[in-house]
Design a protein around this ligand. Structure first.
Ligand code: MTE
Ligand code: MO
Length: 509
């Protein structure tokens, strides 16, 4: 019977009508989201829910496979799944339109729930999915049922042709609506507001940079803003207008503070070179960068707010609800923990948290470096877990002493003779005291360290190797100013940072 059903009518008619209806639903939703708010678009809202719900091993797999394009991959994945489901729902609707309504209703509901449960979402966030779903249902009815009831003669090939034409037009229209909607949403960015910002001069300038040793192949000491690594869970980059932004310091404080952007900029500023790194950085990885940050010392603001003695955690919260929590003791210990507004002489780039973010030397980003910062809440570690903690990462995230070889590249092939081996080593806030390089099983050799402006940055190093022909293994290890040499034990990035020696293979001819 099922076989007869499949043979009896062209199934593609239903599949096509289903896909066209889904396209109209999504396209119209994009257009409405341009008015309601970018995070209310169903694909964006569902994408954010998926990111929030993805278990750590899957996230690691996605990051390994797609790198920083993981969000594009997710978007494509959602579209592919949606197309398959829409085709199935359409085929079922061909048999009985109520299956179609049920299917569209189900997906519409997913969109609505995802959008209204986003951090700070208004009820209106339901509108794009809701209106999109209704439009999709109307179209499905018109394509599959309408012509048949009005003109029974259309049952035959003429009906198919009209479905084909109707669906084609609907898909094109949906595409146009979707592109217009996305363009409106994208044009509502804050690049103009950012350009208009006049950063104040720092009261305490950054220490002068020591002359660059600039060995060939050496990674630059200061990372250009465009090259600075980027990690965040936000599916689309938040566009935060500084003119209606405020920073609130609240929770376990005696004197809640609220600052506007202008009030923040009017505070005394410090300027510091600080190296930021991600706990997800694999041994030898590039999720680490160094910039000159301009900002307000966090300690001063917290002292003004009056921190309760039992508030052992400083939680930074973003406009989208992301949180990172650092020990109060670390932030108050005199290091240059700051609310940063500038990066390498310009206002914070939008992807790096404009208008303001936290930066704490010596801690991984996931416990300290909240971008698009809007609230600092004083809390207790026993009462509150920040974003990554229930997802398998440690509450405390001090940076581990690590090192990396940048030149030669792994699997490089070089002529015999003198070869400069160079790279970076880091142990933010402790500082690097020694870097050693080992070729095969020869004794460890001490590398030359470049000068650094403080202990809060990475340190460039180099060592000249007199290389003899053959296949060689080169490894590196660093020692920090506390006297700790990095461990050779290999550990995964979770729960609190990868360990092991970065090791490369080099062929000498
Ligand atoms: N709002 C927000 N801030 C965030 C994150 C995030 O996902 N959302 N990720 C954190 C992590 S894990 C890191 S390593 C740093 C990365 O900062 P960057 O993108 O400027 O390099 O930002 C931190 N701040
Ligand atoms: Mo991170």
């Amino acid at each position: 019977m099922a076989l007869a059903f499949l043979r009896s009518k062209a199934r593609w008619v239903g599949a096509l009508a289903g896909i066209a209806s889904a396209a109209v639903a999504i396209g119209l939703a994009e257009l409405i989201a341009a008015l309601v708010g970018p995070n209310s678009a169903p694909i964006v809202a569902v994408g954010e829910v998926v990111i929030d719900a993805t278990p750590l091993p899957v996230k690691e797999f996605a990051a390994d496979t797609f790198g920083t394009s993981d969000k594009t991959a997710l978007k494509i994945g959602i579209y592919i799944l949606l197309t398959i489901f829409a085709a199935i729902v359409g085929m079922l609707a061909q048999r009985d339109i109520r299956f179609g309504y049920a299917g569209i209703g189900f997906f519409g509901l997913i969109g609505v729930v995802a959008a209204v449960t986003r951090h700070g979402a208004a009820v209106s966030a339901a509108l794009p999915s809701l209106i999109g779903a209704v439009a999709g249902a109307v179209l499905l009815y018109e394509l599959l049922v309408g012509p048949r009831t009005r003109r029974p003669d259309l049952q035959t090939s003429g009906g198919r042709r009209s479905v084909l034409i109707g669906s084609g037009l609907a898909i094109v229209g949906a595409g146009v609506a979707g592109v217009i909607g996305r363009n409106i949403s994208d044009s509502k960015n804050v690049s103009e507001q950012r350009k208009a910002v006049q950063l104040p001069a720092p009261r305490e300038t950054a220490p002068a940079l020591p002359p660059d040793a600039a060995m060939p192949g050496q990674t630059p000491f200061v990372t250009a803003n465009g090259d600075f690594y980027r990690i965040d869970v936000e599916f689309i980059v938040p566009q935060v207008d500084p003119s209606d932004w405020t920073l609130t310091i609240d929770g376990l404080v005696s004197n809640k503070l609220t600052l506007t952007y202008d009030q923040l900029l009017a505070r005394p500023m410090i300027e510091r070179y600080i190296t930021l790194c991600c706990v997800s950085n694999e041994v030898g990885g590039d999720l680490i960068s160094n910039a000159k940050f301009l900002g307000v010392r966090l300690k001063d603001l917290l002292e003004e707010a009056g921190v309760a003695p039992d508030a052992d955690q400083v939680v930074g919260r973003s406009t989208n609800g992301f949180t990172a929590g650092a020990p109060t003791s670390v932030i108050m210990d005199g290091r240059d923990a700051m609310i940063a507004v500038g990066m390498n002489g310009v206002p914070l780039p939008v992807e790096h948290g404009f208008p303001a973010r936290m930066v704490v030397p010596g801690l991984y980003g996931y416990v300290s470096a909240t971008k698009w910062l809007t609230e600092i809440e004083l809390a207790r570690f026993s009462d509150f877990n920040a974003y990554w903690i229930p997802r398998g990462w440690s509450q405390l995230g001090p940076v581990k002493t690590e090192s990396r070889i940048d030149t030669p590249r792994n699997d490089a092939s070089k002529p015999a003779g003198k070869i400069t081996v160079a790279g970076v080593a880091w142990a933010q806030h402790r500082g690097i005291s020694k870097v050693e390089v080992q070729v095969d099983n020869d004794p460890w050799q001490e590398a030359t360290l470049d000068a650094v402006p403080s202990t809060d940055t990475w340190r460039q190093w180099y060592w000249v190797w007199d290389a003899a022909p053959g296949n060689h293994i080169v490894r590196v290890r660093a020692t920090d100013n506390a006297g700790e040499t990095q461990t050779a034990d290999v550990a995964d990035v979770a729960p609190n940072g990868a360990t092991g020696y970065h090791t490369i293979k080099v062929t000498i001819k």
